[in-house]
Ligand binder design. Sequence first.
Ligand code: SF4
Length: 344
Amino acid sequence: MPSSEPTLKRLKKLASTLAATYPDAKCELNFESPIQLLVAVILSAQCTDKRVNLVTPTLFRRCPDARTLAEIPQKDLEEMIHSTGFYRNKAKMIRACCRAVTERFRGRVPDTMKELITLDGVGRKTANVILNVVWGKDEGVCVDTHVLRLAGRLGLSRETTPEGVERDLMRLFSKEQWGDVSHWLIWHGRRRCFARGPDCPGCEVRRLCPSAKIFMEKSKKPLRGAPKSGRSPPRDFPERRQLSHGRSSTNPQRRRNRIMARKPNAAFMKPVQPDAALAAVVGSKAIPRTELTKKLWAYIRKNGLQDKKNKRNINADDALKAVFGGKKVVSMFEMTKLVNKHVK
Ligand code: SF4
């Protein structure tokens, strides 16, 4: 993480470059009234704006104002916002928040930080969005996951909490820029400075970014002893795992891949005999387990059994029901476990 405090000159250049790059930067949530924006911001926690914008038109058609949003039954609301994740909590917060707006503020979304943060589901981040976008007030900087990440990479803050980063950004930029700074950083985080694999070579603020060099060197640096040709190293290359995965992981699928990379002839590669149910899907001859798993995935894809909305979820129906008993299979690892239960 870069450590130097940004100079005034660098800050000015950074602000002018970001302003020139994103002249139309604005809140990307769709809304037609302050209460709709408030609800959309609550829904956007741990979810993309794109997904929220898919959900809100139906919701706002049925519940256009605070009163109707407060009165909608919990179950109905949960169903409508299901795809945004954490839907039970979000539904509870939205209903409580809209009830408070109706009862305490006569249906009008408050225009002060003090009042806004008394509402359920509203913290400084949400309050800053409402104040800036709806009421045109700059009382702070909205720090979401993109702003948090970019502030560190651009050397604007060494803090790791939203509150700390907000304090630093408020100190570094003028009050008139507070609203814009968060839009610029959010847009840059979505379009260039991705959480994984930032596009530093194409980045407009590369020359002003203390992290650019680190990321660019990391992406091209070969590991000690790696072949120079740029091709992937042989299986027995000791640092293969590091090269292919970057860092250790607790993800069971990755763990399994690593084991497979290390021990290509391990026991689970031994041929197995599919039982009657599996035979319906993969045929009846003995095949290696890994082959079996591959065949099942091919079958799932070919027959469109994969849930299109969430690629990790697979609806095991028809022939697969016979194999998995109608269960939803959530990962290759789990599927292999189920397959192994069915093989002799
Ligand atoms: S140079 Fe790289 S790390 Fe720095 S802001 Fe641009 S994309 Fe992000």
